[in-house]
Design a binder for this molecule. Sequence first.
Ligand SMILES: [Zn+2]
Length: 317
Amino acid sequence: MEKKITKTENIKFKIPEIPLTRKELKNLLNYHIPCLCCGLEMLHPDIYAKLLDMQELSGSASQAIPILEPYEKIMHPVERQVFNMFKSMSAKYPDKNFKELLQMKKDIHELALVRIQSVIFNKISFYRRILPKKTARQLRKLMVKTNDIIFDPEPHKPFSRRIFIHKLKNIIKNLESRKLKEEILEIARRLPRSSDEVCAFVVKNARKRPSVIALNLIHPSVGTFEHLMPKCMKGMNNSLNFALECSYCNNSRHHYPISVQIEENPYMPHNAQIQADKLISLSKKGLCKKEYIKNLKKVLQNLSDEMICLDISKLDV
Ligand SMILES: [Zn+2]
């Protein structure tokens, strides 16, 4: 009698195979990977975690500065400028901590910030003259509220660039002219973020604890897993849906689609290619799986409406 042979090899699983474990993906951050969005080098999160326990960061600037010095090269440009400001101030005021030093600079930086913001708000208000009546009225209301916040030395709630742009988008969303809409938003995007202007960093951080200020110099550079398809849109929690992005870019994207992230960061497609090139070079050394890079290309292309088309032709050479 013949034995019945059961075939098990051809069973197909519906779940696609995960190209890389979380641990393997995190390990890539040991190799100076540039952020997918801004292109700046990222810091391994474990190194940042060690800094969280450093008591010296709460002390005087002269104690904290040597701890942060090794990371100066990976600081984002504004954070590096603030760090250099601390270095020169601490030579003059060796006993003061980061908070005390920022407090000394706050008033002058706040004025500088309001000056930059008010020029931009004036430019936006100008559009009341050419917008349809209802839209112009809504814009006026938003600008009055906004001026109340920025010209008040002790505002109830600090000005939020993100919320302002969100409200502005809502007001102009029904305008027929796409060009006009883009023009107004382009002006609003010039509003400084704490990542673009030292004055915005000083104002945002002057009330924080010295150790928090110290960590904020480094935190934007920490490498994170960005959900390409946001979690709230049912994006998966594995490497098929993860890209390596610095903490700053990850936090500033929120749950917006990649197309909006590219509007805010026009160099993102270029920077994504730089990251892909780095990953390809790591894959040649057996440090990154090819499947991860192929999947990243596919997902980015889909989610960005083909605005990010990675060239991975060197992967198989
Ligand atoms: Zn970034």
